[in-house]
Write a protein that binds this ligand. Structure first.
Ligand code: SAM
Length: 904
């Protein structure tokens, strides 16, 4: 079969400086030959710069030049004659030390080169990385075709490449281009055809100087290797020893944790040595003691933070961004004393649970190294040509519950009539299996809910969460909710077959759950039908809940089963989450994270808190009792509905959640709440009155609809309310004490349709219970239509953006609004935090520079881009980094969350 590799070729926006200093990719890979590993653009720019540089060059000189990469900002070169230079000429500030120089790799594909000949002869270039035997696929840089081929369309696609080659008498099997990549992949029946294709392409180039870039595209997959190494199972399709035989002979496997588990014992030594286990890939730090892991994370974070200010040549981003006419801010000046850090790094908060901490385990479904349909993790990346899935054996981040269910599902797959997903062919049915398992971390509300009365919870926690660091009593778990999301691709699948398989699958899981000791509750099974190629399905991908038959004695919660929702508890609040909404995967560590953010935000009842990228409202809602009002902004509509619902469930009435991209709404919200004309130091046009939340809720209830998918309750100065905080009590506790008695908070949730206030009286009554104690002093001003706008003295933003960080428009809005004095930045990606901090904290000069065209921005690092954007930031008071702390949400992995406090 023809082979091809969809190597991820798009250059990542990694640091431009790092690109210059990064070693080239292993010789012989597609990237090398195509010059598409991120060096190409930089080299081109450097070459242009050199050409324009201070030194006059003769043609002979240019030919004489031996280019070198250098780990600095300039491109240094050395001529054969020994003359050296760089694009900066005499004014160059960078040291051109010998040690920093290394030859620039030769990236041009030359079919007559020794390497090319070897590839064409042997199928690979002897490089360990190119394992596949065939060379029947080629990768073509389509942009090079644009430039080179005569009399052919300007814009090349893989399709017209195919017709071009077909027209030349070369039969291509397939021609594909992956979205977002400028490389097309073509496969052929044999090497002869491939060789011919390369010749034809080169023959048709406009001149010898321009080269069409072509490379071998080998599929270095386990599947290829397996096909070679493991003999087909003679018994395929037959049942032997009670097991259905599939394509390959099955190795015996054990799910018990012992030393040999995860190491392949059925295959040859050499092969095993290149095999990673799921544990190696998913939890690479698992073999390191936890205290050392924390230390390692601190070291990495320190290095990243230093990039903000360090005097190191390649990393002093904020210094570089600072306009020459403005003196450096104190925090930069003092950074030298702080060891190059922008502010104090206060340490790292441990995860309360280090093993089995993930409340959500997303398992891939596919073929194992041995060709067995497997539920687990991919032990490499597509880029490396590895698509094998291995079982999550000994992965300490996976909870025992998720593990048991993954096994049960895997067992079902062995007899399923439908195939598992094949990542190379992009075909198959079963794709992904997600297990959500939650237990609450609430303190008992009252005696009737004491953990001791909840033997099921005690059993489950005792068995499945054995490394709990806190006493069991802290974890009241009335409900352990188990939720499964099955991702399938129903393309070309017979509906009857599919239905049958679903039925059998549900049965298997239910029985598996019941057979566990103690039996596990299976509350929801939902199928997501996703027909796209990429791994991540869009949030609006259809979901089909499956009926779960009752098998006694499974403690199951009917309401959850019908609702197809997940429930978890953070800081004594119940969160109801829809399957596609974001929820932190480590609930107990999230609690610490939110509490830290709240403490640093310095909240009081006169605070307006913007919860930016609020997801299901977790941060805003857990802090709502400490502020006057929360305004949450979130782009995922399901998450916003969840946030609204969560406010209702928990009787929280001072939150408003807006469904929008933050960049589209931030400016308008700041205007709405903060742009009140000031007069003699006091805010004019403001009146204070006492209003009861009940009035507001009743008016909302009467009205029925909430405008613009917002849950809007009145802002409040709640000074006169005595809330018990933290574990001692909450609004919910108040409700409990007053009315609901022993029921869990979500028991009271009525089927209020999303986007609407509930018209159910029990909700009103619940809220009423809170309202009785909440007579609110509201300071308001009037908007242009005469409507009341609440006013607060203290305005704080907590931002928790996705990995890419905040949108520049949001940064600009926050930075240029003088009333936002404090900003708590939560980040799961320290690199983007540093980039955003450059824009938020660098002083600006008088007139902002007009934004120039971002030529070459694709090649820029996030920090480089941030420096670039800072120049056009309107004049505004910069923030300063005050303190930073890490929170370990992901033990056994290199990742962690980071919280930075910015003030001005
Ligand atoms: C890291 S999560 C944090 C969610 C929440 N703060 C929590 O702790 O559960 C980031 C959230 O930002 C949302 N998001 C991503 N881009 C956004 C944008 N441009 N505007 C608003 N929300 C966005 C995502 O949907 C996601 O819910």
């Amino acid at each position: 079969m023809a082979s091809m590799e969809m190597t991820a070729l798009a250059a990542s926006p990694s640091d431009e400086l790092e690109q210059a200093s990064t070693e080239p990719t292993v010789a012989g890979t597609v990237n090398d030959a195509l010059d598409i590993d991120g060096f190409g653009g930089k080299r081109k720019r450097d070459e242009e710069a050199e050409e324009k540089g201070g030194e006059e060059e003769s043609a002979r000189d240019a030919g004489d030049r031996v280019p070198y990469w250098k780990t600095s900002l300039c491109s240094f070169y050395r001529r054969k004659s020994g003359r050296e230079g760089c694009s900066h000429g005499d004014s160059c500030r960078y040291a051109h030390g010998e040690a920093e120089l290394r030859p620039r790799p030769d990236k041009t594909w030359d079919p007559t080169s020794e390497r090319a000949k070897k590839i064409l002869r042997d199928g690979n270039d002897g490089n360990e990385d190119s394992l596949a035997p065939e060379v029947q696929g080629m990768a073509v840089d389509l942009t090079s075709l644009d430039k080179c081929l005569i009399g052919l369309p300007r814009k090349w696609s893989s399709d017209n490449l195919k017709s071009f080659l077909d027209g030349q008498g070369i039969l291509c099997k397939t021609a594909k281009k992956k979205k977002g990549m400028s490389v097309g992949f073509v496969t052929f029946d044999n090497t002869e055809q491939l060789k011919r294709a390369i010749e034809v392409l080169n023959e048709n180039a406009t001149s010898g100087q321009k080269q069409i870039k072509v490379a071998d595209a080998n599929r270095r997959s386990y599947q290829t290797k397996v096909e070679k190494q493991i003999p087909p199972n003679q018994n395929k399709g037959q049942v032997v020893n009670g097991e259905l035989c599939t394509n390959y002979a099955m190795p015996s496997y054990s799910f018990e944790a012992d030393d040999s588990v995860g190491k392949d014992t059925t295959i040859g030594e050499g092969f095993a040595s290149v095999t990673k286990t799921a544990r190696d890939v998913v939890t690479p730090s698992a073999d390191i003691p936890y205290s050392d892991q924390l230390e390692q994370k601190m070291k990495t974070l320190t290095q990243t933070l230093k990039k903000l200010v360090s005097t190191g040549e390649a990393t002093r981003n904020a210094r570089k961004a600072c306009p020459p006419s403005v003196s450096l801010p104190e925090w930069i000046m003092k950074s030298r004393e702080a060891g190059g850090l922008p502010c104090k790094l206060e340490g790292i908060l441990e995860s309360p649970l280090t093993n089995g901490y993930r409340n959500k385990c997303e398992f891939s479904v596919g073929y194992s190294l041995h060709g067995k349909p497997t539920v687990g993790f991919m032990v490499g990346s597509f880029r490396e040509g590895i698509t094998a899935i291995e079982e999550p054996i000994n992965c300490p981040n996976v909870s025992r519950i998720s593990y048991e269910f993954a096994l049960a599902f895997q067992e079902f797959l062995q007899s399923s009539a439908l195939p598992v997903w094949n990542r190379i062919e992009n075909k198959g049915f079963w794709r992904q299996f997600t297990v959500n398992s939650f237990f609450s971390s609430c303190k008992p509300f009252n005696d009737s809910q004491q953990l001791s009365n909840n033997s099921f919870a005690v059993d489950v926690i005792g068995k499945y969460f054995t490394d709990m660091k806190q006493p069991l009593g802290v974890y009241m778990s009335i409900k352990i909710c188990l939720f499964k999301l099955m991702q399938v691709c129903s393309t070309d699948v017979d509906e009857e077959v599919m239905k049958n398989d679903f039925q059998r699958m549900v049965q298997t899981l239910v029985l598996g759950a019941a057979a566990c000791s103690p039996p596990l509750p299976l509350t929801v099974i939902v199928v997501q039908d996703y027909q796209g190629i990429s791994n991540a399905a869009p949030a609006d991908c259809p979901l089909i809940p499956l009926m779960i038959p009752k098998v006694e004695p499974i403690p199951s919660d009917d309401k959850h089963a019908i609702e197809a929702r997940i429930h978890d508890y953070i800081s004594n609040l119940c969160f109801s989450i829809s399957p596609t909404a974001f929820f932190q995967v480590n609930t107990l560590a999230a609690e610490r994270l939110y509490s830290l953010a709240g403490d640093w935000a310095d909240l009081n009842r006169d605070t307006l808190l913007f919860d930016i990228c609020c997801g299901t409202g977790t941060i805003g809602l857990t802090l709502a009792h400490r502020v006057g009002m929360v305004v949450g902004i979130e782009m995922n509509a399901s998450a916003v509905s969840d946030a609204q619902r969560n406010a209702m469930i928990n009787g929280i009435t001072n939150c408003r959640f807006v469904c929008s991209k933050a960049e589209d709404i931030m400016g308008a919200l700041l205007k709405e709440y903060l742009d009140v004309p000031e007069h003699n130091g006091s805010i004019s046009g403001i009146s204070c009155k006492v209003k009861s939340v009940k009035d507001e809720i009743l008016s909302c209830t009467g009205n029925g609809n909430i405008k613009n998918s917002e849950f809007s309750t009145i802002p409040a100065d709640v000074d006169d309310i005595t809330f018990k905080t933290g574990v001692e009590g909450s609004v919910e506790e108040k409700i409990k004490d007053d009315s609901v008695a022993s029921e869990g908070p979500d028991e009271d949730l009525n089927d209020s349709s999303e986007g609407n206030c509930s018209t159910d009286h029990s909700d009103v009554t619940r809220n009423d219970q809170v309202c009785k104690t909440m007579n609110l002093h509201i300071c308001t001003s009037k908007d242009k239509d005469g409507a009341d706008i609440p006013q607060f003295k203290n305005v704080v933003a907590i931002v928790d953006p996705p990995r890419v960080g905040l949108h520049p428009v949001v940064i600009k809005s926050l930075r240029t609004h003088p009333r936002i004095r404090r900003l708590v930045y939560i980040s799961c990606n320290p690199e983007s935090l540093v980039a955003n901090a450059i824009e938020l904290c660098t002083p600006t000069a008088g007139e902002p520079e007009k934004a120039k065209g971002n030529r070459g921005w694709r090649k820029m690092s996030s920090a480089g881009l941030a420096r670039h954007r800072t120049k056009s930031m309107p004049k505004s008071e910069p923030f300063r980094p005050v303190r930073v702390m890490a929170v370990d949400m992901f033990p056994h992995t290199p990742h962690c969350e980071m919280v930075m406090l910015l003030e001005r």
